[in-house]
Design a protein. Sequence first.
Length: 36
Amino acid sequence: MLCILILIFFHENGLFHEFLKTRLIKMQNLRLLQDY
């Protein structure tokens, strides 16, 4: 329950979207590094 409230709080502030974007970028970078 608390996690949901935190997610909503971040979503309302637009921070959660930035957090997801940075995570996706990091994951993509890790995949690129693994390819080499």
